[in-house]
Design a protein around this ligand. Structure first.
Ligand SMILES: [Zn+2]
Ligand SMILES: [Zn+2]
Length: 372
């Protein structure tokens, strides 16, 4: 079995590059050679020590990284197609879900695959089989039955690196938020997720896409990604002013769907008030513990608004994301969301760059990636 380089997350702000074994490829499994892995907002939380990666088995150091793409290195016996039934061979480019619903529990039985409590059962420390269970490594092991999809030739690696996290996440979020043709959709935040969401809402037939942020180049990118209107929080400096602006842009009614991808709890209360009666706020950004907020529930009840949380997605969202990226590749500059590439040895710089990009006032680019 091949041995591959891996960036082990030893402690906050510190990685160690080591060689790790891969495991014997069982029948039905796939060993992937990772070609690109993005630094997602959640990776930054782990890196800063704000969250601990959840793993199964014994505690120990892990490999971070979950948004990634790669090439099939070894196909286990019996695997001849991807999860859409298309022929799959060694050397093919692939994307895959970074979680794996068990298909053998009460929740999976109900078809709610992304709610499966066992979906991270194979994310282990580097001391345990399958050793390579994170994106910042040369190899990644897909257990038998794992969802895997061939990447269309039209898309370069940079375009598909975020497909299995950011892009699928926002597409699924809009789907469960009930976004339909003719809707008004508000996107709170124009970082990586917000830009993908803006373009996805547009592509799903929204009549009006309104994107909110405070950084000028990001707002500009949002416009180029299909936003009809942007709201600059420097100009509309209070929640009241922003709510008023959304009402104004929606004929006084408010948005049908609001997608929260800022990651500040207080914007949830604001987003709820931007909705029409019966509208839905899809909550994606506030993923770490103690994301507390005070809500006036009487407004929720009388407005009959809904908060719909979206953590991960149904696997069908991933091929939909690939299809979306192909169809819109000449329309929106989504490929440029992934802008800064680093070799694995310089992963620390990739994280520092991402941290800086997230705070910077003068750039629209929000994602760095590592090419192991
Ligand atoms: Zn992610
Ligand atoms: Zn399950």
């Amino acid at each position: 079995m091949p041995i591959g380089k891996a960036a082990i997350f030893v402690e906050p702000y510190r990685f160690e590059i080591t060689d790790l074994p891969t495991r014997e490829v069982e029948p039905g499994a796939v060993l992937v050679n990772v070609t690109s892995a993005g630094v997602c907002g959640s990776d930054l939380h782990y890196w800063r020590g704000e969250m601990k990666p959840k793993i199964t088995g014994r505690p120990g150091p892990v490999i971070l990284g979950h948004e990634m793409t790669g090439v099939v290195h070894t196909l286990g016996s019996g695997v001849s197609t991807d999860s859409m039934g298309r022929p799959l061979s060694e050397g093919d480019r692939v994307v895959f879900t970074y979680f794996f619903p068990c298909g053998r529990c009460y929740v999976c039985l109900r078809g709610e695959l992304n709610h499966c409590p066992h979906r991270f059962r194979f994310r282990a420390s580097v001391e345990e089989d399958p050793y390579c269970s994170g994106g910042f490594a040369e190899y990644y092991y897909l257990h038998p039955g794992h969802y895997v999809f061939r990447v269309p030739d039209e898309l370069p690696d940079e375009a598909v690196t975020a497909a299995n996290c950011a892009v699928s996440q926002v597409i699924y979020g809009l789907q469960i938020g009930g976004a339909r043709m003719g809707d008004s959709v508000v996107i709170q935040g124009a970082g990586g997720l917000g830009l993908y969401a803006t373009a996805a809402a547009r592509d799903m037939g929204a009549a009006r896409v309104i994107t909110i942020d405070g950084i000028a180049p990001r707002l500009d990118m949002a416009r180029r990604c299909g936003a009809d209107h942007v709201i600059d929080i420097n100009e509309y400096a209070t929640p009241e002013a922003r709510i008023e602006r959304v009402k104004e842009l929606t004929g006084g009614w408010g948005a049908d769907v609001c997608l929260e991808v800022v990651g500040y709890p207080q914007v949830v209360a604001e987003g709820l008030q931007m909705l029409r009666p019966g509208g839905a706020l899809v909550e994606i950004g506030n993923i770490w513990e103690n994301s507390n907020v005070t809500l006036d529930l009487s407004k929720v009840i009388w407005g009959q608004t809904r908060i719909i949380p979206a953590a991960h997605y149904h696997p069908q969202a991933l091929p939909a994301a690939l299809d979306f990226l192909v169809r819109t590749r000449d329309r929106y500059p989504l490929t440029s969301v992934m802008s800064h590439s680093y070799p694995l040895e310089r992963i620390g710089e990739a994280f520092e760059q991402s941290e800086w990009l997230g705070k910077s006032e003068d750039t629209a680019i929000t994602r760095a990636f590592v090419a192991p």
